[in-house]
Unconditional design. Structure first.
Lengths: 662, 84
């Protein structure tokens, strides 16, 4: 795992100090070494976290005739098989890395080679012969890649902060980006919350040549519909899943350093741990985070799982105060506002992992998306069922079970439920029906925008824009597949794998690996009929059946608990850090010029009053604090690195290598 | 009539305060649930507000769309309760 950054500036000869600054900014992604390549008006490099071929894998790496140079962030898990094939085709390797495999595949197959990679990756290849820079990002967006482009300038990096080190790139928060986050929990790819900064969407590649940029899709998640579902039985589906999953875990254990696992106490991470134990029964180290606040704590289940698998288990509890204290670091790494505090404990967790000298962890993310674990899939099903008979008094009662932590719902009668969950109940033809209510709720955060922003955004409708970009493409899917598609396309990469995934791991130089997101498994699950995933209101039935007798019953049967962390007690409690007060002061709010100081003040008063406040208020306070931090860290207080802060970085060139004949 | 007008204003103010929605967006006939202005806890605080401000106790079977869909409906509901 690493971080990469680079630039092509038609009007300048690239100064290696600038590339070094870009890389120093993301040093946390790769603290083991730094290398770069400068060629006239092109410069790029990587910071490396050494995991495979520790001694020989220094980047950038050239091909045989030194015409192609690559920098790479991530892992190609099937690199051993691919290398064998390339060697038989005559390719000569300089190292034992997966990095070099990409380079030779590119040589061999041109643009079409991406479909052969199984992994989580981002890389750039500089082609000296053609003057083309080729960049690509993995199918599901596990690893990040951002860029800035204007006619004569192309700057890219694993994180936005690297791009901001390039002096010609201006820094400004995008109001439209914020409006998207305060709807979907993420921007809509390729947008970010900074003007002019775009991301390479998951499953896409970029070519930059002679001042022209082209962006192409190489993978699209295709769900089956009633005409082409998986034809086998439920048992056959389980057997196929088991086979694919075992291989997905197996190739993710490839590393020249020890691999550990996260145990959340839920079913998904217990399953990954079970398979790791099956494949490598020797020692396994596991890590967990719990909370001092009981409502959020899952320590009991984590202990059951670690005892069952007899792992060397390290767990700790995150306090309310720590959740808040982490926040400036959290937002420095997420580079986008968040609506929940959940990333913060993940930051503490990766810190703990790193303190124990572990660089790689396997985690259970992705199962909820591919096998329909989230409540939103059930909510979708219930609302659709209810919409067929809107007068029914029984149907809405099903909704109560979904949100046990919203106490107000527990006493609600059907009429009240209708008031809460009836939002656009009859619009079942909408391709985003499943998410309309959630997005409406999140959108209420925008009530706190100041007048200037509200005026500016009055005609900006994120949901309409999304519908436009979908352009009927998912209309023929079943209702569950539609909801899964939306969840995977927007929330998975835009929030879960970034703000709560890559960024929180890499902040402490820890790489996450996600067997459930092996693309073969994702594609297989997308071919299954809905009942194999969500049967009646029982989620992830395939996984539960597959693991019967192989996991503690208590874990298999426990009701799904959403991973959440404390908000009010962290930010506004008696031990809340000083910086929160400062960020929320009228002066700070006015300075950032995003929110309305009056409504913010009322929100704080409301939440401090001891009276009831809502989930929307919780999201709003988190959104406001994180946006204020974003402004402070990236706009107001951002300072270019000075020369004495730079890390040691090796400049590589053709001089360092001999050409090798094929 | 004046009483009704002041009730409308009181309710508009209250809903705006509790949901942070611009008061101009909350008109007498705005469908406050269909528009997604209220969520569950906002609604509960409305029930307490009716009790505290107008002395109206809402029975469980009165918690329905007909009585609460808009400010107009709530005002009609208050008046019905007062008459009743």
């Amino acid at each position: 795992m690493c971080g990469i950054a680079g630039c092509i500036d038609k009007r300048e000869i690239i100064d290696q100090t600038i590339v070094n600054k870009m890389l120093t900014r993301i040093h946390h992604r790769g603290p083991d070494e730094c290398g770069m390549y400068i060629d006239g008006n092109v410069g790029f490099g990587s910071v490396r976290l050494s995991i495979i071929d520790i001694a020989g894998g220094q980047q950038p790496i050239p091909n045989e005739d030194l015409s192609l140079w690559i920098v790479f962030n991530g892992e190609i898990f099937n690199y051993i098989e691919l290398r064998e094939e390339l060697e038989s085709a005559g390719h000569k390797f300089r190292t034992n890395t997966d990095t070099e495999v990409i380079l030779h595949l590119y040589e061999e197959y041109g643009d079409d080679f991406l479909s052969r990679l199984n992994g989580q990756f981002v890389f750039s290849i500089w082609n000296r012969k053609t003057g083309e820079m080729f960049l690509a990002r993995d199918r599901l967006g596990i690893r990040p890649l951002y860029y800035y482009f204007e006619s004569d300038l192309f700057v890219y990096g694993s994180e936005i902060k690297a791009i901001f080190e390039y002096p010609k790139v201006r820094r400004k928060i995008s109001e439209e980006g914020l409006a998207e986050v305060f709807t979907f929990w993420s921007t809509l790819s390729p947008n970010t919350v900074f003007e002019g900064i775009k991301e390479c969407p998951p499953g896409h590649y970029i070519k930059f040549r002679d001042g022209n940029i082209s962006i192409q899709k190489y993978w699209n998640l295709k769900f089956a519909n009633s005409s082409n579902y998986f034809k086998g039985s439920f048992e056959e589906a389980i057997a196929e899943f088991d086979k694919l999953f075992e291989d997905a875990v197996k190739i993710r254990l490839r590393a020249d350093v020890p691999v550990a696992a996260y145990l959340s106490g839920g079913i998904d991470s217990s399953i990954t741990t079970a398979y790791i134990k099956k494949i490598e029964p020797s020692i396994l180290q596991t890590f967990s985070v719990g909370f001092t606040e009981k409502e959020f704590d899952e320590t009991h289940y984590q202990n059951i799982a670690s005892a069952y698998f007899n792992t060397r288990h390290i767990s700790f509890k995150c306090t309310d105060n720590e959740v808040a204290e982490n926040f400036p670091n959290v937002i420095w790494h997420t580079e986008i506002p968040v609506l929940r505090t959940s990333p913060s404990p993940m930051y503490s967790l990766s810190k703990k992992v790193r303190e124990n000298n572990i660089k790689v962890v396997i985690t259970g993310e992705g199962a909820d998306e591919i096998l329909a674990g989230y409540n939103i899939f059930k909510e979708n099903k219930i609302r659709r069922f209810w919409a067929k008979d809107p007068k029914s008094r029984l149907r809405p009662l099903l909704l109560k079970k979904l949100y046990p932590y919203i106490t107000a719902l527990q006493d609600a009668n059907p009429n009240v439920l209708k008031l809460f969950f009836g939002y656009k109940l009859n619009e079942t033809d909408s391709p985003v029906y499943s998410h309309l209510l959630r997005w409406k709720n999140s959108s209420n955060i925008k009530n706190h925008f100041n007048k200037k922003l509200k005026d500016q955004l009055k005609d900006f409708d994120p949901v309409a824009n999304l519908l436009g970009s979908l352009n009927g493409s998912i209309d023929d899917l079943d209702p569950l597949a539609k909801a899964q598609y939306i969840e995977i396309r927007i929330f998975l990469s835009g929030y879960l794998l970034s703000s709560q995934g890559d960024r929180m791991g890499m902040a402490n130089s820890v790489e996450g690996r996600y067997p459930f997101l092996d693309h073969r498994l994702v594609e297989f699950c997308a071919s299954l009929p809905p009942d194999f995933k969500l049967k009646s209101l029982n989620e992830k039935v395939l996984l539960k059946r597959m693991m019967k007798g192989k996991l503690p019953e208590e874990i298999l049967k426990r009701p799904k608990q959403a991973y959440r962390a404390p908000i009010l007690s962290s930010f506004l409690g008696k031990d809340a850090p000083e910086f929160v007060k400062d960020l929320l002061s009228v002066e700070s709010i006015e300075e950032a010029d995003i929110f309305n100081p009056e409504t913010v003040e009322k929100l704080i008063a409301k939440m401090n009053s001891g009276k009831a406040y809502s989930e929307i208020d919780n999201m709003a306070i988190t959104a406001i604090i994180s946006t204020q931090l974003l402004f402070r860290l990236f706009i107001k207080n951002f300072q270019y690195l000075s020369d004495d802060q730079l890390i040691k970085c090796v400049v590589k060139s053709e001089m360092n290598y001999k050409t090798v004949s094929r | 009539m004046n009483v009704a007008i002041s009730q409308v204003e009181q309710l508009r103010n209250f809903i705006s305060e509790v949901t942070f929605t611009d008061i101009e967006k909350i008109q007498e006939d705005t469908l406050i649930f269909q528009e997604g202005i209220f969520d569950s806890l906002g609604f509960l605080s409305l029930i307490s507000f009716l009790d505290e401000e107008f002395g109206i106790e809402v029975d469980n079977d009165e918690l329905n769309e007909e009585n609460f869909e808009s400010i107009k409906a709530i005002v009609a509901f208050i008046s019905k309760k007062n008459r009743g």
